[in-house]
Design a protein around this ligand. Structure first.
Ligand code: HEC
Ligand code: HEC
Ligand code: HEC
Ligand code: HEC
Ligand code: HEC
Ligand code: HEC
Ligand code: HEC
Length: 354
């Protein structure tokens, strides 16, 4: 037992079971904050703020989209909406022409690519704003899903009440430390996905190093995960094949869920790390928007010298593989075209896996 475990230990690979949906939130220990990690891990910290994950939630005081003299308005047949800033506060006003409701917004979810949605509180209950900001529109439109619900009064026109479990889940996927296991608190958490969201609380790790006795299993090492383990981990938030199946989702809306779409590609392998999320994405860096950036990732497998798998190469011989084989598809209401991680010879952008 000891012999078989030693090499993995010595190389510093997986000490603890890889994080999955069943154990991702079940962490214990003290969170220390990303500033602490940056003191010793400069390489991983330097560009992390370029990744929108680090800003998946912003409190209103620092919300970049609602900075300065904002004045965003929207209306439908019955209700008019207005979002304005007054000092540190952002006010959300909804009126039907007779009555008006005005509440301060509390939290901004997302960076607006596929929407920025706001949470506000009335009588101790959380609500999701009926309208969201979209980068493409540089303004407001209905929040995804809101088109299916007709408001019955001013309150439901302002937003959808979300119960405690759903609120916990929103904060779980968009912050660090607000959710641990089934527990949920908002008195002490880090906004956005920070280091300790993926690596787990770092208190014991930092203490052990400061005491001069680094404990190897004091923090989740995530290197060495195979594609399936990686998809399971990223899929805690980005949704795995299993989650999509269990929820009965299908069609164009699933293009939002890269772990699911990737898993149905012929390129996908459970073991070959050249197709893991982290082969193409460094979670510590911003997303690279240049198609040709990904060519080497594809040709790592698709090259004539490859004698085992993926011997086929492209008859077009053109660079920018992903521009043709991972086309951008826009689900209804999202105002954003997501790159399709179902890598394939595309016959129609509208085709969907069965
Ligand atoms: C005081 C310096 C220091 C701080 C602060 C610190 N680390 Fe580390 N970290 C280290 C050192 C040194 C190692 C290498 C230790 C070893 O090889 O056992 C390490 C190793 C790691 C590893 C790899 C673990 C492994 O088993 O290979 C991860 C992941 C990590 N740190 C993440 C973090 C995160 C996240 C934070 C913030 C919560 C953090 N560290 C804060 C010094 C620090
Ligand atoms: C705790 C939840 C969570 C986990 C775990 C997670 N993500 Fe994310 N990720 C998000 C959220 C939320 C966003 C959307 C951020 C935004 O725009 O508000 C996001 C956005 C991204 C983006 C777009 C970044 C950009 O700048 O546009 C990439 C790429 C990404 N994630 C990759 C990954 C990979 C790879 C993993 C696994 C190593 C992973 N994510 C794990 C929650 C998570
Ligand atoms: C299971 C994890 C999970 C839960 C729960 C969750 N989100 Fe997200 N959210 C994500 C991920 C991952 C993304 C990035 C991919 C995408 O846009 O679908 C995202 C994207 C978003 C975006 C678009 C961000 C952008 O920059 O384009 C908004 C807005 C958003 N979420 C709001 C919410 C709100 C509000 C709730 C609760 C009602 C919520 N989310 C619950 C994981 C989650
Ligand atoms: C979205 C999830 C995610 C976030 C957030 C994240 N990391 Fe990582 N980190 C990973 C993954 C996955 C790997 C393994 C990458 C690989 O396969 O090489 C990793 C690797 C590392 C390593 C290399 C050692 C090891 O054994 O894992 C260090 C050190 C590290 N991260 C520190 C940080 C710090 C510091 C931050 C915050 C600035 C951070 N990480 C934020 C997912 C994340
Ligand atoms: C073979 C390469 C490759 C692999 C593997 C891969 N991606 Fe991507 N991913 C891309 C490309 C290309 C883009 C689009 C980049 C751009 O143009 O902005 C992208 C974009 C994204 C985005 C941003 C979506 C948006 O709307 O902007 C997220 C989130 C993401 N990937 C998550 C993942 C996750 C999670 C995995 C693992 C299940 C994964 N990716 C695996 C190539 C890859
Ligand atoms: C881990 C290795 C690996 C990586 C990385 C990889 N592929 Fe593949 N790909 C395969 C295998 C294996 C097949 C199926 C057998 C074959 O085509 O040789 C395949 C099949 C394909 C096909 C044919 C699919 C069909 O519908 O018939 C296309 C197109 C393709 N890959 C493009 C890409 C592109 C573009 C990238 C980068 C974004 C990429 N692949 C990355 C292994 C890989
Ligand atoms: C301009 C669009 C375009 C670009 C860029 C492109 N491809 Fe293709 N690719 C195609 C089309 C179209 C086909 C189908 C050709 C056919 O069946 O006659 C194809 C076919 C393939 C196949 C399957 C070949 C077979 O024998 O069935 C693979 C693998 C592939 N491409 C990989 C790549 C890789 C890797 C890159 C980047 C180095 C790339 N492609 C760049 C359009 C493109």
């Amino acid at each position: 037992m000891l012999l078989c475990c030693w090499p993995a230990f010595a190389q510093g690979t997986m000490m603890m079971p890889a994080p999955t949906k069943s154990n991702y939130w079940s962490v214990s220990g003290r969170f220390v904050g990303a500033k602490q990690c940056a003191l010793c891990h400069a390489a991983e910290s330097r560009n992390f703020h370029h990744n929108s994950m680090s800003r998946a939630l912003e409190p209103m005081e620092t919300c970049a989209i609602l900075r300065g003299n904002v004045h965003y308005a929207w209306k439908d047949a019955r209700y008019s909406y207005l979002i304005t800033r007054v000092g540190d506060k952002v006010l959300y006003r909804v009126t039907d022409g007779k009555e008006t409701q005005e509440v301060p917004l509390r939290y901004a979810f997302g960076q607006g690519k596929a929407g920025q949605t706001y949470l506000f509180e009335v009588d101790g209950e959380f609500y999701e704003s009926r309208v969201s900001y979209y980068e493409k529109l540089k303004g407001l439109d209905l929040t995804v899903g809101a088109a299916n619900r007709q408001p019955t009064d001013l309150r439901t026109a302002a937003g959808r009440r979300i119960d405690r479990d759903e609120t916990r889940d929103c904060f779980g996927c968009h912050t660090t430390g607000a959710r641990t296991g089934a527990a949920f608190q908002l008195s002490n958490f880090q906004a956005g996905i920070q280091c300790e969201s993926c690596h787990g609380p770092g208190g014991a790790h930092v203490d052990s190093i400061r005491n001069g006795r680094p404990a190897p299993d004091s923090i989740r090492s995530l290197k060495g995960m195979d594609p399936e383990e990686t998809s399971e981990m990223c899929g805690v938030c980005h949704r795995t094949w299993e989650v999509v199946m269990m929820a009965g989702l299908s069609g164009i809306n699933t293009v939002r869920f890269p772990p699911y779409r990737l898993s149905i590609s012929k390129c996908y392998s459970l073991q070959d790390r050249r197709i893991a999320c982290t082969a193409c994405h460094n979670p510590h860096e911003g997303l690279d928007g240049d198609d040709t950036h990904y060519d080497v990732k594809c040709t790592a497998c698709h090259n004539p010298a490859n004698t085992s798998i993926a011997k086929r190469t492209c008859p077009t011989g053109k660079p920018g593989c992903t521009s043709c084989h991972m086309p951008r598809v826009e689900p209804p209401e999202s105002h954003h075209a997501f790159p399709d991680h179902w890598i394939r010879v595309v016959k129609s952008k509208d085709e969907n896996p069965g």
